[in-house]
Design a protein around this ligand. Structure first.
Ligand code: GLC
Length: 490
């Protein structure tokens, strides 16, 4: 062994001891099961951390939903069964394991709770995720993965930091928890009377989880966790100052443990140079080929194939905070312009109806897919010219980063992660179009500015596309920030 390699090994060993062993506990993880951004983040961050710190011990644990078993059952190895106590209930929990890209994934099974068609949306979600949270802690030894830090995500796993401070305080006194808020709007709020009966907590936990006359699991996690993070620096500020959906006060009290770390995207998964979902690949040096993706998109959706008609897209959950109201307000004015609009997403029934109806009213201009479909979304990102994201609030947002990767120019409202990732090209160097006030007129004027550049200054538009595709939205920097945060917990 050479002197240099000995030094490198010693350094690696020192780093290894500085960064604790981590378990991610989460209610969804790509590619196994994903309904939104959190699943994508948890699906790509562990591998990114490992790339930066190859000695890191990290695993992920999630519920074994019906769909996971259906698609990945053959790859799952049964590693044991434990009994989980949840208040007066004792329930069995099967433990399964698989490896993917060097990361170990555990899935916890209880068919009453998780062998269902969807991940969320059931009357007993509170009980289901309380069971999962209890099961994670009960299963650690059987999983043979007892971490030093459990990193929990959103309200579904908010009970884990709470259980660590109460029911598991004696068993795991040294175990630390991190709680990441992907969206503060969904807090896991329940009536006070189920504290013991459903969550299995004693009266001593009441001050921890009570908030504003309810049980609020996210509030409990904010108080109980050792470190609190959210998914962009701007969102970390916003949730302290009016954007906390009622939790601002609590966030302020615990602001000392809060950090905003910007999400990244999996740049291997979203890669226009070799994405197999595209018939034609392109990169920054042969951007002209993007036109072929546009042609493919227009053909796929039976839109008039017209290279100079700008295609605008929106790939989004159809829920109020995504700013769908701004779009519905301006839509008839917007569609007077020469443009095509592709929308992909699922969500609130009224939005789904409105948009489906829009596609019927404007068959030459509008295509709406009420679906969550990775293949179609990639074709839309690659084939569009602009992407709309007029969010009322946006903790981070991934769509603007994915669109950029395919040289599609984002038009966004300056909020949360959108503010941190997109700068307006009208005011100096920029990689998109940005408006500030949540106002339909500002949204329309901003789209018109983008259309003006596209229609009248094609060369400038081309330069803008180059700037957009050149942005680095990989995990690299943020992975280092997370590692630094983890190292403060040893
Ligand atoms: C949630 C947020 C979104 C964020 C994602 C991943 O879906 O609404 O803004 O990008 O989580 O953290």
């Amino acid at each position: 062994m050479t002197a240099t390699s000995t030094a490198a090994n010693t350094e690696a060993a020192e780093n290894a001891s500085a960064i604790p062993k981590i378990l991610y506990a989460v209610s969804e993880v790509a590619p196994f099961v994903v309904t939104g951004g959190m699943g994508q983040v948890v699906g790509s961050l562990p591998a990114a951390l490992r790339r930066v710190e190859p000695t890191l011990e990290i695993a992920v644990v999630a519920p074994l939903y019906q769909a996971v078993f259906a698609h990945y059952g053959a790859a799952l190895e049964h590693v044991g069964t434990v009994e989980v106590n949840l208040a007066w209930r004792t329930k069995g929990c099967g433990i399964y394991r698989t490896q993917r890209d060097g990361i170990t994934y555990f899935f916890l099974d209880n068919s009453d709770y998780f062998n269902r068609e969807n991940c969320y949306g059931y009357y007993d979600d509170g009980e289901r995720f309380a069971f999962f949270s209890q099961a994670v802690l009960a299963a650690l030894e059987a999983m043979q993965f007892v971490p030093e830090v459990i990193h929990c995500h959103d309200w579904q796993t908010a009970l884990i930091p709470i259980y660590l401070k109460t029911l598991y305080r004696e068993k795991y006194p040294q175990m630390r928890s991190i709680f990441t808020i992907h969206n503060i709007e969904y807090q896991g709020k329940y009536t006070l009377d189920i504290l013991g009966d459903v969550f299995g907590l004693g009266a001593d936990a009441y001050p921890l989880v009570e908030y504003d006359g309810c049980l609020n699991l996210m509030k409990g996690a904010i108080v109980a966790c050792d470190r609190l993070t959210t998914v962009s620096p701007s969102y970390a500020e916003e949730i302290k100052a009016g954007g906390g959906y009622g939790l601002d006060h609590i966030i302020n009290i615990y602001a000392g443990k809060l950090t905003g770390i910007l999400n990244g995207i999996d740049t291997n998964l979203y890669n226009p140079t070799c994405d197999a979902k595209l018939r034609v690949n392109f990169d920054a040096d042969c951007l002209a080929k993007k036109a072929l993706c546009k042609r493919e998109l227009q053909t796929l959706f039976n839109l008039p194939v017209s290279p100079r008609t700008p295609v605008l897209c929106m790939v989004s959950r159809l829920v109020p905070h995504k700013g769908i109201d701004l779009l519905t307000t301006i839509i008839d004015d917007l569609l007077k312009e020469n443009l095509q609009l592709c929308i992909l997403g699922t969500g609130d029934h009224l939005y789904e109806l409105f948009l489906s109806d829009l596609a019927i009213r404007y068959p030459e201009q509008v295509v709406v897919n009420i679906a969550y479909n990775a293949e179609i979304s990639t074709k839309i990102y690659a084939g569009s010219d602009m992407m709309l994201m007029p969010s009322l609030s946006e903790p981070c947002g991934l769509a603007q980063m994915i669109a950029s990767r395919y040289a599609t120019v984002p038009i966004v409202r300056a909020t949360g992660g959108l503010k941190d990732t997109i700068k307006d090209c009208r005011y100096g160097e920029g990689n998109g179009f940005v408006f500030s006030r949540y106002n339909s007129n500002d949204f329309l004027q901003t789209i018109r500015a983008a259309l003006g550049l596209y229609n009248n200054f094609p060369e400038d538009w081309f330069l803008l596309m180059k700037e957009v595709i050149g942005q680095d939205f990989s995990w690299d920097r943020s992975a280092r920030d997370y590692l630094e945060l983890y190292s403060t917990l040893t």
